[in-house]
Design a protein around this ligand. Structure first.
Ligand code: GLN
Length: 230
């Protein structure tokens, strides 16, 4: 299963968010600590960020392992943003291996990453999905239903595919939304913002684990976690 993270707060460099932490996404690409399925996340990566004067995010994605991307490592220290969503991918069997299947997916202001898998046949066919990958079709469905309704959408999809794993992470530059449905998620409130991640990027005791089947909402004024009844 993939790993993902979002930052909302004062501008930080992409490098400090993605590459530099001792157990951050870079390390999670080859040695995740809390991953329940799959050993590595070597099937690509993606970073989406919001920049001044542009409501829609920009993305940098790749089908290569994050650890092999020297050009990204070179540029990441000078890319900075107060709203970032990043992911590393472990492709589900049968899903395409190319960059278009790497999260984050986007629609307008929104970014979305999916950690899990879902039976594509329970999702409505959508010609605006970015890829035939299950996560891209799920993203298009969540966007079409309304990103703010992601909790209801996940419950409805889970009712159609009870074996689905549906951890989702969304951002629009002003808020972060996350759903736990089968995989771990944690958050850390820092003095200058909040990070939400599949697993803690360090051993700071202030990390909080989000229980399964919950919706997390983070804004500059705080974090709220509410239960999603199946
Ligand atoms: N199913 C998605 C894919 O194939 C996500 C996989 C994952 O979470 N590991 O890319």
């Amino acid at each position: 299963m993939c790993r993902h993270l979002a930052w909302l707060g004062a501008p930080r460099s992409v490098s400090s968010l993605v590459l530099e932490n001792p157990h951050g996404l870079l390390q999670q690409s080859w040695a995740p600590r809390r991953q329940r399925r799959g050993l590595l996340n070597a099937d690509g990566w993606g970073v989406g960020l919001y920049v001044e004067g542009r409501p829609e995010p920009v993305r940098w994605r790749s089908s290569r392992p994050l650890w092999s991307d020297a050009s990204f490592a070179s540029v990441a220290p000078v890319l900075a943003s107060g709203a970032v969503l990043a992911a590393v991918r472990s492709a589900t069997v049968g899903m395409p291996p190319d960059e278009t299947a790497a999260a984050p997916f986007t629609d307008g202001r929104w970014l979305l990453s999916h950690n899990g898998r879902v039976d594509r046949s329970v999702l409505p066919a959508r010609n605006d999905a970015e890829s035939v990958c299950d996560s891209a079709i799920l993203a298009a469905h969540v966007f079409a239903e309304g990103p703010e309704r992601v909790g209801d959408t996940v419950r409805a999809v889970a009712a159609l595919d009870p074996g689905a794993f549906l951890n989702l992470l969304l951002a629009d530059g002003r808020q972060v939304l996350a759903v736990t449905w089968g995989d771990p998620l944690s958050y850390l409130v820092e003095p200058d913002g909040v990070v939400v991640a599949s697993e803690p990027w360090d051993d700071d005791p202030r990390w909080v684990d989000v229980p399964d089947h919950h919706l997390l909402s983070a804004t500059p004024s705080g974090v709220a976690v509410t239960a999603l009844e199946p």
